[in-house]
Design a protein. Sequence first.
Length: 552
Amino acid sequence: MRADYVIVGAGSAGCAIAYRLSEAGHSVIVIEHGGTDWGPFIQMPAALSYPMNMPRYDWGFRSEPEPNLGGRPMAVPRGKVIGGSSSINGMVYVRGHARDFDHWAEAGAAGWGYGDVLPYFRRMECWHDNGHGGDPAWRGADGPMHVTRGPRANPLYQAFVDAGQQAGYELTPDYNGEKQEGFGPMEQTVWRGRRWSAANAYLRPALKRPNCRLVNALARKVQIAEGRATGVEVQRRGQVEVIAANREVILAASAINSPKLLMLSGVGPGAHLSELGIPVIADRPGVGQNLQDHLEVYIQYASKQPITLYRYWNIFGKALIGAQWLFTRTGLGASNQFESAAFIRSTAGVEYPDIQYHFLPLAVRYDGKVAAEGHGFQAHVGPMRSPSRGAVTLRSADPAHPPKIFFNYMSTDQDWTDFRRCIRLTREIFAQPAFEPFVKHEIQPGDRSQSDDEIDAFIREHAESAYHPCGTCKMGSADDPMAVVDPETRVIGVEGLRVADSSIFPRITNGNLNAPSIMTGEKASDHILGRAPLPSANDEPWIHPNWREAQR
């Protein structure tokens, strides 16, 4: 079996690459270990907590015990299904801040500044404002990726935005447009009531072409001969075989599996590979390093009024929502329920937002367990640019074994300072007049958590991953010893091999990573095809005029 291009991973970036390469007339094989995304648990937006906890759709990774979070091992869900994590995520759509990408360029990823990536965000999007306003000039209108906004019918969504304004923060009609900073509507990858994953947007149309094929198999390693990638060794139906690449192999297997595959193939930290008996083909010490993520806590309040989603949190309510969605693709089942958002700066002197909020009109954990208090609501909040760095390393040379994942969360004083500030600023927002008709009392952290030590104890026990791992195959200049790929996504030291997914992010972006991961696939496809990049944009983002002196 062979094709011009062999892509490992049918996730956010891999699906986009398969679409663009096959569109250009090349033969493409996409290797995906997971199976179909058929079924209501994936396609129904409100059921988002289910697929993430189902072994059928999730790799089921766990981190090593995290010493700064009380020794807790953390869940690290990654999509094992067509669409990858875009098929099991929360469907929240955030491009990232302009300055995130400018930082990439300054860090050695030349050609990946905001002006360079904005045209690709436009190319991938088909944006719908759903009557809530926005920034049409900054958005795409005819791309494969439908981006919408929920109906925002529950009064709590507007209360959250009003409270932000009352606390002195900016409003933004479109955090994915000119102005990220402020409170406003949240966007979602939902279209006509269905999860609009990368599989729906890109892979299914690509597979309708005769030159694109999906192969269900476990990738074991990249075959490299005389310094050039020639194919991918896979296990399929109990047999080991090789899928050959005429031109290139492209890894788009996630920030966990892409570095794992590189190391299994002999590309990575030489000493680590030698310990495991893996012949070193390219000694790249950065492979698996630079692991980053977003941590968050859920600040929960009991509601005075029975208007939250809790009224549906029973077998009859869920059945009703499910039936309406199944037959009409409408109702509460047709939204992820994250319909208001905010991005704010933690303190004066921070140039652009470093705190993100998701607001939800229900007090619930990500695994679907509701607070015992009954009616309630919550804000997910956490710092965007933690200085902590972890690593993905091999547990063994056996491709069937999961890698060792160590995030090293909360390992600096700045992490604790930033997180305390997040919690105190959130309490101030919920204390505004807009929430007076709704706030009964604080569920968590609770009134007893006031001092630094008490807040730290809450963080240690309750901080959860936002499931945004990235950075483990860092993109940078070819002379950067810790860079894994160059700015054209080529693996440094091996011909015919690229990595294009969230693992190549030099630094984590603001917000959820699905949108920048798809953008990475879109832009990488032009590099792979040898095309000139889309013309750079000149749009300047809004930056708070008094950011040096004022927090808001």
